[in-house]
Write a protein that binds this ligand. Sequence first.
Ligand code: ZN
Length: 482
Amino acid sequence: MAKDKQFVTEITPQGEDFSRWYIDVIKKAELMDYSPVRGCIVFRPEGYELWENIQRELDSRFKETGHRNAYFPIFIPESFFQKEKEHVEGFNPELPWVTEAAGEKLEERLAIRPTSETMFGHMYAKWIQSYRDLPLLINQWANVVRWEKRTLPFLRTSEFLWQEGHTAHEDEKDARAETMQMLEIYRDFVEGFLAIPVIVGQKTPSERFAGAVDTFSIEAMMKDGKAVQAGTSHYLGTKFAVAFDIKFLDRENNLQHAHTTSWGVSTRLIGAMIMVHGDDRGLALPPKVAPTQAVMIPIGPAKTRDAVIARVDELYAELKKAGVRVRVDDRSDVSPGWKFNEYEMRGIPLRIELGPRDMENGQIVLVSRISGEKRIIAQDQLVEEVGRMLEQIHQEMFERALNFREENFKAVDTLDEMKTFMEAKRGFVEAGWCGSDACERQVKEETGATSRNIPFEPRQRKSTCLVCGDAATDTVVFARAY
Ligand SMILES: [Zn+2]
């Protein structure tokens, strides 16, 4: 018992210090470790497999919608960044440069890619000549580097992993449809696969991607009330096409600039998932993304042990065959209680226990990580019940996250009202906004919150700006953000 207790106290409670809780959990669950290079992390197998599962699912959705993968170089010539003015201003402060190689100074500095609009732009100009070459729909899985001053594992690191889609189209209508399609794929994936409810909307001009005409995002609330931008999709208009000379002969034989888009999600999704679902016992992984969905633990005294383990192995084979990601922990040198704590801390959605009494009755016990619900079922129902319970756990996780968000969400009319709410509760605020940068800045200065997006479905459309009281052009969601 002493061991069990010591185990749990190694995680700082969320209510005491949320940031420390986060670091304790990701280190203890062996998702990552700090690297010798400041601001960069090592994705350990437990963490990397989460990314692999995210990748596999998203990749199939991209391919179903006609996209193909390619790989472009990590080095981008400096001159490329000079071609699109807003883009270079947005990314310049964070760029690391390669200035020499093989002992010689390079003629032109090379940036380590922060994003690849410029490289894709350069290549698309070569590949696109006619409307018959459009749409061009390419995605890249890659690492990118943005030299960040303040870093936080998974959520903000100098090097991270992501996917970036880059597409070119005949006209605005087609490009905008692509922008919205990818935003919807992200929403559906983050809600349906990671069990994270999101707010879908458009970024205000000051929060737009550098060089975009319009940026759209999905925003999620963490358990400390802060926001994480979970995915973005940009309509780039003809800005990059003009900068990189992506031109094509249209159906009437006129030379036109292509309309382009870009969209991405990154390993921040892992950080968001941890901060949305985790609790004082540790990680809580949504079943669809969990590397291990269920762990089987034989229990009972030594004299019945061999028989129990033999039955566990048979049932394990059945689950495995049905496609459940399951493992068995039959170590005899650690107690079942210790194992229970261990797998709760690691966030494994379902625990399956089998003891001598269950053997006699032809039963088996299922325990949910998220609710603690214990279900005793017939062994011949195991495969079906595990499937049902994993689905139920996903639903419960989504609903819990949604309820939490709604409890910490307030529509306000004035900045004072917002301040009172942010001091007492920390969460998301929805308010009217007149469209001016000055009012948006004032909200940030006085509350630390930034505009997250202009939701497509606000809970309440507001008629006046929360700062100046003038007529509101939009209803905006504000929050402190990671
Ligand atoms: Zn205003």
